[in-house]
Structure formats: structure tokens, C-alpha cells
Design a protein around this ligand. Structure first.
Ligand code: SAM
Length: 253
């Protein structure tokens, strides 16, 4: 029975065996690890992962695909969580999680923000995403790609773009190039935000109007003298600040 790919669930299924092998090599799964796949779909990655790990937990939203997963795999191989990964409580899945997935691109940014909340449960995460999103995740200060996504993820994770995947590796063929990215939680740093909600507010305000200076975008949160006391030039723009600068501002509030 063929499956009609659903656009609203961002379904582009991996079909190139060489690319699948390369991604699995990059993940380097080992028997017994606590591995979670988001959006297993038709199982392109699930099969080779299971072969190496022995058991996998998956989170999938599409009921038709879930029915197929139940037909295809034994409960001792696969624990299927039916639901929306955006709302899913990953803390339920235990500790030392290795999270993987060829993520639905239409929800990739909110999903990354959601997953960041479970960083303390995670050993690492390896995802396929739209290349443009990966470039924003790993962007350094001063680059046009540097923004809220870069700061909030880099605050919690070390990240690296591993390699690109061409559209032809999927069915249906997407319009965009994809990249594989790895995220590894940072150890608690000397510079830790006392309140991550405040950090998020500062970063959101600072990048809300990215062409404006900090003196303007942060007005209402911190005044010029406050910025100067932290050694931050109120005439700078958000894109020039390091992650640590945002943390220092948040901690001063
Ligand atoms: N892993 C498969 C592959 O590589 O061929 C499928 C990848 S496809 C890009 C994205 C998968 O995520 C689909 O199986 C889709 O149904 C599922 N999905 C979409 N939105 C989701 C959500 N909010 N929560 C959980 N799974 C979702």
C-alpha cells in the first residue's frame, strides 16, 4: 500500500540508500543507547538505527504512518508515541537521550526551541533540517544569519553542520537543500542565565528590530548607563553581541 505524502506534515521521505547510510554513520548508534527518532515516517532511518541500537522510541503524528509502524515492528523493538513533537514531553523518555530525525521543515524552528528545554536530558541530537535553518543555528556574531535562533541554541548547545543533502535524496523532491546538524549540550558554564525566560525576552527584543541599536531595542529593559556598566556599547546592534553578552544583560535585570 503506497502512502500519499502529506504536505501539512512536512513529509519528504528519504530514499537514497547512500545518504541514509551516511547519516546513520554520522549518528554512530550503539546497542542499548536511549535513542528517540522524531518523525520516523516510512522508516527510512528507523530500520538501520534499530539494527544497531536494538530498541528505539519514536514520536510520530500521522495516524496512517503509526498504523504501518505497528504492523512492521514488534513492541520490543519500537515504542511508538503518537502525538505532536511540538507538544511532546521528552522528559518522559528518560535520560541520556540521543534524539535524531529528519525533521518536518514547516515546524523546525518552534520544534528546536521546544527541544532546547530538554537539554539536561540529552546526550546529543542529530537532525536533518533545511540548510538555511542550519546556517542560522550555527551563525557567528556579525553574520546576517545570526539571530534569536543562533543565540538561544548556542546558549545551550555546541553545534556543528556535518554535511549537506541534495533534494534528489527525497521523495517527493523538496525545493530546498538540507543539512545534517549535530547539537551537544554545553556543560553548565561560568556564565549562566539566572532566568532563561528573561534571557529569551532580551534576545527577542534585541533582534526584534535588528537594524536598530541596542539603546532603542532594549529600552524598557535596560538603560544606556546599565549597558555601559556591562561594557556593552548602546550604539551597537544585536548582531554584534556574543551569546555571553546577552547572558550578562539578562543577569543584570
Ligand atoms: N524520517 C522519515 C524519512 O527520513 O524518510 C520521514 C521524514 S519527513 C521529512 C517528517 C516526518 O515527521 C513525517 O513522518 C511526518 O509525519 C512527521 N511529523 C510531521 N509533523 C510532526 C509533528 N508535529 N510531530 C511528530 N511528527 C511529525
Amino acid at each position: 500500500m503506497t502512502h500519499q505524502a502529506r504536505k501539512r506534515f512536512g513529509q519528504n521521505f528519504l530514499s537514497d540508500p547512500n545518504i541514509i547510510r551516511k547519516i546513520v554513520e554520522a549518528i554512530a548508534p550503539q546497542r542499548g543507547q536511549n535513542m528517540v527518532e522524531i518523525g520516523p515516517g516510512l522508516g527510512a532511518m528507523t530500520d538501520p538505527l534499530l539494527e544497531r541500537v536494538g530498541h528505539l522510541q519514536v514520536v510520530e503524528i500521522d495516524r496512517d504512518l503509526i498504523a504501518r509502524l505497528h504492523e512492521r515492528y514488534l513492541p520490543e523493538q519500537l515504542t511508538v508515541h503518537e502525538g505532536d513533537a511540538l507538544k511532546f514531553d521528552f522528559a518522559r523518555l528518560g535520560d541520556d537521550l540521543r534524539v535524531v530525525g529528519n525533521l518536518p521543515y514547516n515546524i523546525s524552528t518552534p520544534l528546536l526551541f521546544h527541544l532546547a528545554r530538554f537539554a539536561d536530558r540529552v546526550r546529543d541530537m542529530t537532525f536533518m533540517l533545511q540548510k538555511e535553518v542550519v546556517m542560522r543555528m550555527v551563525a557567528a556574531p556579525g553574520s546576517g544569519d545570526y539571530g534569536r535562533l543562533s543565540v538561544m541554541l548556542q546558549y545551550r548547545f555546541r553545534m556543528g553542520r556535518l554535511f549537506d543533502v541534495p533534494p534528489g535524496a527525497f521523495r517527493p523532491v523538496p525545493k530546498v537543500i538540507s543539512s545534517i546538524v549535530r547539537l551537544v549540550p554545553r556543560p553548565a558554564e561560568a556564565l549562566e542565565a539566572r532566568d532563561e525566560e528573561i534571557l529569551s525576552q532580551v534576545v527577542t527584543a534585541a533582534f526584534g528590530q535588528r537594524r536598530k541599536t541596542l539603546r532603542n531595542t532594549l529600552r524598557g529593559l535596560i538603560d544606556e548607563a546599565g549597558l555601559e556598566r556591562l561594557g556593552i556599547d548602546p550604539g551597537d546592534r544585536a548582531e554584534r553581541l556574543a551569546v555571553a553578552d546577552f547572558v550578562r544583560i539578562a543577569n543584570a535585570l
